[in-house]
Design a protein around this ligand. Structure first.
Ligand code: KG4
Ligand code: ZN
Length: 353
């Protein structure tokens, strides 16, 4: 196993750096969230994100190294997210990673942010390839067959909004605050899911693609149909939204489980979920049920590693380095970078990868 790898992540609104050993020990994992900077706008503002990354990245990398108790000379390699994501932010982390690698004479590894999420479960648990992966965050909503390092087959993706984005927009429509996911979940707990009839986009359709923009529009209509939305009205809408999202996710994942089991008949059946939305307890329960019904075991990285972090980038670096996969310092930053280059482009607009 190679020695420790420094991982840097700046593709969205978290500035993060971590050091992970070749054996998977997390020596440090520093994450600085920009939530306060973006809160007044109810969403991530790319220019603000890029500037905020620049302001803290040097100090953050220094902290990750100090907490790990290592000098740059002790590293086996430096890994940084090279995409997909907000390009201004990606550039900040990528240039920093390249600079550290060049100055310390260490190999450089350009990590796909989605690969970071996809491999992260192997940092904390012995999960063998292949497995089925559901990645649900504010920017991504994909189902992937993870067949090995660098070997991914996309089974489904959203044709419009990511699920986290739909949670955030629902919260915005209902004036609940930002980020919306946890607030919608909390409100839904006291709501009646049957009062508002919301649509289940893509339910029962062939394949594993998702769509959430129609659901968001239906939430807006339900809200606009009320004179003044009371706390109970909002709770009922949240419960209806969450139930609809749960039905859609269970249906789409169910399709993917079937396809995966058919394509990999002789392997252990594991469904891995990651991304910020994986924190939602209702959706987790729906996923547990769907996985169990198909003979799969549901696994998820611990919450702090489900959301964006540096440890997952460092770990992807460890996995790549073990296979001799390093990258030149000329590697560009990429706003779009699908994990599965053979997957047909999703037909809708607003798809992140
Ligand atoms: O993975 P993440 O931290 O950042 C990226 O988008 O990459 O995910 C953040 C997203 C946000 O949309 C947030 O509203 C959602 O995850 N989220 C949740 C919950 N906690 C966070 N969505 C539903 N229920 C939650 N409990
Ligand atoms: Zn992410």
């Amino acid at each position: 196993m190679p020695g420790p790898v420094l991982g840097i992540e700046t593709s969205c609104d978290e500035t993060a750096a971590a050091v992970v050993t070749g054996e998977g020990a997390i020596l440090s994992n520093v994450v600085m969230s920009q939530i306060e900077e973006h809160r007044p706008y109810g969403g991530v503002v790319p220019e603000i994100a890029a500037r905020a990354h620049v302001e803290v990245i040097d100090e953050l990398v220094a902290r990750a190294m100090a907490e790990a108790g290592l000098a740059y000379a002790d590293l086996a390699a430096v890994a940084a997210t090279a995409g997909p994501g907000l390009i201004g932010g990606v550039l900040v982390g990528l240039m920093t990673g390249k600079a550290v690698a060049a100055a310390s004479g260490k190999p450089f590894i350009a990590v796909n942010h989605l690969e970071g999420h996809a491999l992260c479960v192997r940092l904390t648990e012995a999960v063998a390839f292949p497995y089925l992966m559901l990645l649900v965050s504010g920017g991504h909503c994909q189902l992937l067959a993870v067949e090995g390092v660098g070997r991914y087959r996309r089974l489904g993706t959203t044709i419009d909004d990511a699920l986290g984005e739909a949670f955030d927009k629902t919260a915005k429509i209902l004036s609940l605050g930002y980020p919306g996911g946890p607030l919608v979940e909390r409100a839904a707990a006291g709501g009646d899911a049957t009062r508002f009839a919301l649509p289940r986009p893509m339910l029962g359709r062939e394949g594993c693609d998702f769509s959430f923009s129609g659901l968001k529009t239906a939430v807006r209509r339900a809200h606009d149909g009320l004179d003044t939305a009371t706390a109970q009205d909002k709770a009922d809408i949240c419960a209806a939204f969450q139930a609809a999202a749960g039905d859609v996710v269970a249906d789409r994942v169910g399709q993917a489980l079937e396809i995966f089991a058919r394509d990999h008949p002789a392997t252990a059946r594991t469904l891995v979920v990651a991304g910020g939305v994986a924190a939602n307890r209702y959706l987790r329960a729906r996923l547990e049920a769907a996985a169990g019904a198909a003979g799969f075991t549901l696994k998820a990285p611990p919450p702090a590693l489900c959301t964006d972090n540096g440890a997952m980038i460092a770990w992807a670096g460890v996995e790549r380095l073990a296979l001799g996969l390093t990258d030149p310092l000329s590697t560009p930053a990429r706003a779009r970078w699908p994990l599965d280059p053979d997957a047909a482009p999703a037909p809708g607009a607003g798809v992140k990868a």
